[in-house]
Ligand binder design. Sequence first.
Ligand SMILES: [Zn+2]
Length: 487
Amino acid sequence: MIEMTGSTFTVHTGVSFDPKKKAFVDNVSLKIDRETGAIVDVYTRDSSAEETLSLEKDDIDLRKKIVLPGLVDSHTHVFLHAYKERNATEQMRDASIVERTVRATNAARAALLAGYTTYRDLGTETLGNADVNLRDSINRGLIPGPRMFVATEALASSGSYELRIENRLGQRLIVPRACDAADGVAGVQAAVRRRAGDGADIIKFYADYRRKVLRFPLTGPRPVRFPPAARRNPAVTMFSQEEMDAIVQEAHRAEMPVAAHTGETRAAIMASKAGVTTVEHALEDTDEKEETFFETLKENGTIWVPTITAIEVEADDVWLEDVKQRVKRGFNAGVKIAAGGDTGVFDHGLNAREMELLVEAGIPLEEVLIAGTLRGWEACGGDRSGYRFGWFEKGNRADIIALDADPRKDTKALRKVSFVMKDGEVWKRDGQVVTDMVVQLPRWSELKEPSPSPTLSDEWTELGDDQPTMTMSVPLPVFTGKPAGSD
Ligand SMILES: [Zn+2]
């Protein structure tokens, strides 16, 4: 049992990364209020006094590790699991809500223990508003997980983002809906209002999609003969400029950020002009409009979330190399980039792969660390999110992680997360899970009288010997070289 005294404690760091200074800094200490889960003071220690630094009882000494702000994955799907295990269509069409929820629970835990204290979750993929409920379960202390900002269902125009089956005769075969379909200015405004009312934190819409895929289907009893060689199933623009403008304006009225799915740069340029916070992907077309794409994003301050890991998992090495080069060109052009893997396409808990790939693309490490912290906060809407996180400053959430290796020397350092704190609560320390999925068991003495509702710290970190609990051990995913693609 961990004894807690006082309302504040201090975390001492040796080397830590400061996204605002774009640099590693020495000897920073962070004073944390355990009641509010916020940083109440940040100061630099006098290096000459290091020998005599006296630690208070609850203080945490991370001076031998590399300390970072808690990481943000800017593009996740907590309700999807690795496609190598089951493809997207089957997960969306066939998997039970119970199994998907249980998997999401495990995914949230794995992500947190991997150092991801924030998830920007861009759609449940046929589970309606279940992400709202999962987010609230985490916030209520029922399960461990990142701070979640959720989109519920993405907006798409009619006949666009939906499960495609060839037998729709008579409309008797019902498949779950994959988006909140909306058309026209009034229609999309209403859809944004529905999402906000359903509890979403962020609006996601499909600016383009491979809507015409049933023209030359990829699946079926036998291959389609002689399909067009070029752009067999191109991503076509799904909303007019007026509709995109209306989505963003309505979202801003609701004080929400906006993410636009874009296969190709054409739709990404329109979305950026409409004022979206981020464009996702934009990797499917040729380089023809690339320069305009970069210029438009830069002009509008739009963040690009390229999701390179999803390409690595699903596509061939040639395309992956092209993608890396496009991302590097975007960075060189001055486009702001946030790290988001489209996590869910591969295992949650391996989120750091996206940051590794950004480094492999040739982006400097310091900029990649910004993409995984500060830029993630901006992608979540910045101050519109209601919180500050992604860097260390008085008033920010106390989200702190520590690595056992130095990312300046070890390209796999981001896999070596040995300490995780979110909102001032420690989940991992010295590489060990400190407070795991501790499920409080009922007591006979409380058969009639309801037990007083425990505070988070009571429930998670101050479990006395007389408190019956059960710790659930769920295996975490491990990196095994290059993630396997679906086959
Ligand atoms: Zn996605």
